[in-house]
Design a protein around this ligand. Sequence first.
Ligand code: BQF
Length: 293
Amino acid sequence: MNLINGKEVAAKLKQDIAAETASWVASGGKRPYLVAVLVGEDGASQTYVGHKEKACREVGFDSRVVRLDAGISESELLEVIEGLNRDAEVDGFIVQLPLPKHISEQRVIEAISPEKDVDGFHPENTGRMITGLDAYIPATPDGILELLKYYQIETSGKHCVVIGRSNIVGRPIANLLSMKGYPGDCTVTLCHSRTANLKEVVRTGDIVIAALGVAEFVTADMIKEGAVVIDVGITRVKSDTSKNGFKLLGDVKFDEVAPKCSYITPVPGGVGPMTIVSLMKNTLKAARRRSAK
Ligand code: BQF
């Protein structure tokens, strides 16, 4: 079993982005500027936004967090987004998800200018991505591709089973792994809560991507000997033994699945840190694209 060290790969890729940013700025380019919009005070969301701010500092980007009250109306939030769309200083921005229930995430995503949509969630970017056009690739799927490349994991002709059909992870990664070339050329099966014989289907996967959001759902009996297992899950559970009062669980029962795998990602320290790096990649791309106009 080979452990995929996302934390280490992310640190290396961040150094590359920092070097690229430094030479871009030295040659007169505009320093990339990322804004994160955070609505409310959800603990996990605050942690994630904190990771994004820290990464911006590390790679040499400017960043700012726009903190808004949980009770803000949808139309007020849409006005904030309009302001960021128009702000010539801002290269890219994200609206941290999930949003409070009274706000439509879809309307919010569609209000973001596709050029500044560094999360790659706008349907224009989704459409461009699946057509194979230049687009912002959503950060988590892109991070997974970077890990496959870094470890030179063979994908051509492999059966990849994706569990979970979200717009943020499952659907885009299933699409990307079916594309021509490396890391792609997979035969992809997309499983979800209504999949019949899910266990049997997952067991045929050479590469299994668990992105359903159910802690420890994937057990050893669902995994073929020698499979590559990518765990996208991140569920916070209370824990008396950890210093901050909670621990993180993946969608994979790591201890029993790991011995069967050729490669596996841990939680934490697997896909999560790569997500942050891919957001930095997209933000640098946004800054470069804007000055090319
Ligand atoms: C790690 C996210 C669910 C819903 C909305 C590093 C992150 C997580 C873990 C992180 C995530 C998950 C993010 C680790 C961003 C990934 O060390 O294992 C980084 O910050 N993530 C998000 O912005 O929104 C989410 C998961």
